[in-house]
Ligand binder design. Structure first.
Ligand SMILES: C[S@@+](CC[C@H](N)C(=O)[O-])C[C@H]1O[C@@H](n2cnc3c(N)ncnc32)[C@H](O)[C@@H]1O
Length: 254
């Protein structure tokens, strides 16, 4: 059982979720994605729609909280290339969807976002992604994906992409940003406009997770941190942990 002090730490007011020890981690991520799902739903607003496509859906981290918040008549097309470090993630998504009883609402497609298989032109009302664009780090890759999103969206359709922001708030994030740069909203404005989108807007998702030492080490490893970096920063990680960057979320229309 938690003591009163620990309880207070895990319920800090505001938008910081605390994952102090490994046992807090899965709950912390679930809360994070639940709030992110709510943010996406708010951005979609009151428009009526029936088909939403999530590109780079991964294991369903955002897919499931998003679906839970959308009207039950909304169907989702969930695409992911599920290669390399993400091998097996689509199988995990299938499992998660069945467990949540949501499998009937989702069509899963193993496909690269740059050549979307099996989705007709102008057949989708909303395209969303989270943490996909950072996996398309070159202009040519991002443009191919944007052209595909433009193709599958119906005229007037909405597109929303979330990505961890490049503005570090504390030091270890400066490291993350150097090793895993994201597109800035300015760059995304220019490139979406060039590819025919309009009504561009940016919002910020201000929720973050604070990772305690062991969680911080694991997170940094998954983000490509070298052991030398971890050793060099060990004291600071023990003292401060790390914090997830905020997300910038861009939206625009076809
Ligand atoms: C960092 S994960 C993000 C997963 C999930 N959307 C989330 O918010 O946690 C990136 C996901 O995008 C997928 N991905 C990367 N490049 C892709 C591409 N070109 N086409 C389709 N999926 C891609 C990966 O397989 C992985 O599942």
């Amino acid at each position: 059982m938690r003591g009163p002090r620990e309880k207070a730490r895990s319920e800090l007011p505001g938008t910081k979720i605390i994952a102090g020890s490994p046992s807090d981690l899965s709950k912390a991520w679930a809360r994070y994605y639940d709030r992110l799902g709510a943010h996406f739903v708010e951005l979609i607003g009151r428009r009526r729609f029936q088909v939403i496509l999530e590109a780079g859906c991964g294991k369903g981290q955002l897919t499931i909280p998003l679906l839970r918040r959308l009207p039950t008549n909304v169907k989702m097309i969930a695409i992911d290339s599920a290669k390399g470090p993400y091998d097996g993630w689509l199988n995990e998504l299938g499992h998660q969807l069945r467990t949540a009883g949501l499998e009937e609402r989702v069509r899963q497609i193993r496909s690269d976002a740059r050549r979307i298989k099996g989705v007709e032109d102008s057949s989708v009302d909303v395209v969303v992604s989270n943490e996909l664009l950072c996996d398309l780090p070159f202009d040519s890759q991002l443009e191919k994906a944007l052209k595909e999103f433009y193709r599958v969206l119906r005229p007037g359709g909405l597109m929303i992409h979330g990505e961890w922001s490049s503005s570090p708030a504390i030091e270890p994030q400066a490291f993350l940003v150097k090793h895993w740069p994201s597109w800035t909203p300015d760059q995304l404005f220019a490139i979406t406009r060039k590819n025919g989108f309009h009504k561009f807007r940016v919002t910020y998702f201000g929720t973050t997770i604070h990772f305690g030492y062991e969680n911080a080490i694991d997170e940094l490893r998954t983000w490509g941190a070298k052991e030398t970096f971890l050793r060099r920063n060990d004291k600071m990680l023990k003292r401060e942990g790390i914090e997830l960057p905020y997300e910038h979320i861009v939206q625009c229309e076809k």
